[in-house]
Design a protein around this ligand. Structure first.
Ligand code: FES
Length: 226
């Protein structure tokens, strides 16, 4: 069939009773092979864009409100403070928050082992947060820094004791004894409208073993059995 390239598809439909597609191709000067090539190119482009979007989504997942991002916990009032040797897990002084994989410490009347600027520098370096009422907070990551076991807080020890190889940490996560290479890691934390916010995307994992000049709190007053 001969196709008149000057006719519009509509004209061609009327005159020839069909073949509008061929007429349009002819009018635009396109061969069937060119049309196919364009269709394949567009299809591949769409597949490539979708694959790129999927890869970016995997690389940068939406973590809002999930572990790896700031997580809003309960109101400050939900976490009563306690003095160091009277912590009772999930009742006073120390609270476990599974969504943030965090032990939240709220300490009152601390018996600081340092003073002045040295103390302030240490508190800052170890992510302590002082509240308006004079209590102190810290958000400790639950993972033992030796080989990664979950560390329980032991009410009977007034401290954390790892069940795997015995690493032992004070209520503020400072190293006491055992094979751990440093103190417990801790997250940045803050308050928002009276609630506690733990930023699980900001992990401080370089708190060294304390020495006399850098230890913030005294050792627990009880011996911790295995
Ligand atoms: S994993 Fe905790 S002491 Fe080894």
């Amino acid at each position: 069939m001969t196709i008149d390239p000057q006719r519009t598809p509509q004209e061609y439909e009327i005159l020839s009773g069909g073949g509008a597609e061929s007429a349009e191709m002819s009018r635009r000067g396109l061969s069937r092979r060119q049309v196919l090539r364009r269709a394949v190119t567009i299809t591949l482009g769409l597949v490539g864009a979708e694959a790129t979007f999927g890869a970016l989504t995997m690389l940068y997942p939406n973590l809002a409100g999930k572990f790896g991002a700031p997580i809003q916990l309960k109101s400050k009032d939900s976490y009563p403070a306690a003095v160091q040797n009277e912590f009772l897990l999930d009742q006073r002084g120390m609270f476990y928050e599974s969504a943030a994989k965090t032990y939240l410490m709220r300490l009152k009347d601390p018996d600081f082992q340092q003073s002045g600027q040295n103390l302030q520098n240490l508190l800052d370096a170890e992510n302590w947060v002082k509240d308006d009422d004079g209590t102190y907070w810290a958000a400790l990551y639950q993972v033992c820094v030796h080989l990664g076991c979950k560390v329980p807080f032991r009410d009977d020890c007034h401290s954390f004791k790892c069940p795997c190889h015995g690493s032992h940490y004070n209520v503020d996560g400072e190293y006491l004894d055992g094979p751990a290479p440093r103190s417990l890691d801790r997250f940045a934390m803050s308050f928002s409208n009276g609630n506690v916010v733990v930023d699980t995307g900001q992990l401080n994992n370089h708190v060294a073993h304390p020495v006399d000049a850098t230890r913030i709190l005294p050792n627990p007053t009880v011996v911790c059995a295995a």
